[in-house]
Design a protein around this ligand. Structure first.
Ligand code: 6V0
Length: 319
């Protein structure tokens, strides 16, 4: 039998509940793109062994049906740390009515433990954090993993940026991928920022490319819907797995394929002293380059206010 010389890309998903499961599903469906012409092996890790094994079996069926050679198997934390890319979706889901602080303190200890258990990491591994609060936990993962700055990132406001473009496209009749606008900063409904001052269509500032009455009327509605749609979804179905699952698959494809796509993801910002979302070029090293966004004074002040909260929480964690 002729041998083929294909590269196997390994992605570990740590925490295979709703979000981890949806991410794995999206990765298998998009395996040809994600594995960049190689084959894909998914390693699933969860401290709920029965759930992990059930997810392996269910997702292996998807891989059999797609039939592109993708393999799915259970793995240990140590094996996960040796993958090309590790996605951290472990955590306790925030239920409505539960304080951000309760959910944050549980997830701080979960993420610290799982990152610790995976270390030492393969030297070129890229770590993608999805668990919330994602900016704080990405900053924590960066410190605990001791990986280089460029190799640790979080899903941040990628989903909100895509949602913003999609909702705006419906309003102004221009395709989402022809609109350049980002949700940035710290990822919570009250802290993230819509970077109106740098938004463009075909390089033309938004203020000049659509009528000002349309723009002024839609701005508050788009900001509200972009920030709060996740809460609406959680209220009705308990989680938001599909959107974030697609985000994970897209980031993995950009990194493993060294695609150099610009995406709003959370990563370390020296100016703010913590991780928060700014547009970045994604490549094999993770963050290949940050795009400096010339924010207005007001926008910068808003980002600094929320960065201060993340820095304060990090100081509390270090003590
Ligand atoms: P879930 O369905 O409860 O899944 C979490 C999984 O993590 C469960 O299977 C747990 O068993 C597992 N887990 C817990 N502790 C550990 C551990 N120590 N080691 C391994 N596995 C562990 O929650 P769901 O999947 O809905 O959400 C997961 C995380 O993603 C939460 O923190 C959410 O807040 C966060 N999300 C982040 C989003 C973003 O935009 N960044 C979007 C949606 C959810």
């Amino acid at each position: 039998m002729a041998t083929t010389n294909t590269t196997t890309r390994r992605i570990a998903i740590v925490g295979v509940g709703q979000v981890g499961g949806a991410a794995a599903y999206a990765l298998i469906l998009g395996s040809t793109t994600v594995a960049a012409a190689g084959e894909l092996e998914l390693l699933l890790v969860d401290n709920n062994i029965a759930l992990r094994d059930a997810q392996v079996r269910d997702l292996a069926d998807v891989a059999f049906i797609i039939n592109r050679g993708t393999r799915v198997r259970a793995a240990t934390y140590r094996e996960a740390g040796q993958c090309d890319l590790i996605v951290v979706t472990a955590g306790s889901r925030q239920t409505l009515g539960q304080s951000n602080l309760d959910s944050a303190s549980r997830n701080i200890s979960i993420v610290r433990n799982v990152v610790d258990a995976m270390a030492p990491f393969r030297s070129d591994a890229v770590l993608l954090v999805v668990s919330n609060p994602v900016d704080l936990l990405t900053t924590l993962a960066l410190e605990v993993s001791q990986l280089p700055l460029s190799q640790v990132l979080g899903s941040g406001t990628f989903l909100e940026s895509a949602r913003l473009r999609g909702l705006m496209a419906e309003q102004i009749g221009i395709a989402p991928n022809s609109i350049d606008i980002y949700a940035l900063g710290v990822h919570t409904p009250s802290t993230q920022l819509t970077a109106w001052s740098t938004a463009t269509v075909a390089g033309v500032p938004l203020s000049q490319s659509i009528p000002s009455s349309t723009l002024v009327g839609m701005q508050p509605v788009l900001e509200r819907d972009t920030a709060h749609l996740s809460e609406v979804i959680v209220r009705a179905k308990g989680a938001t797995p599909f959107g974030i699952g697609a985000v994970v698959s897209s980031i993995c494809a950009s990194v493993l394929g060294d695609r150099r796509n610009v995406r709003a993801v959370t990563h370390f910002q020296p100016e703010y002293g913590c991780c928060l979302s700014m547009p970045a070029v994604l490549g094999r090293e993770g963050i290949a380059k940050t795009i400096e966004v010339p924010l207005s004074e007001e926008e910068r002040r808003k980002v600094e206010e929320s960065a201060k909260m993340v820095r304060g929480m990090m100081e509390g964690i270090r003590q």
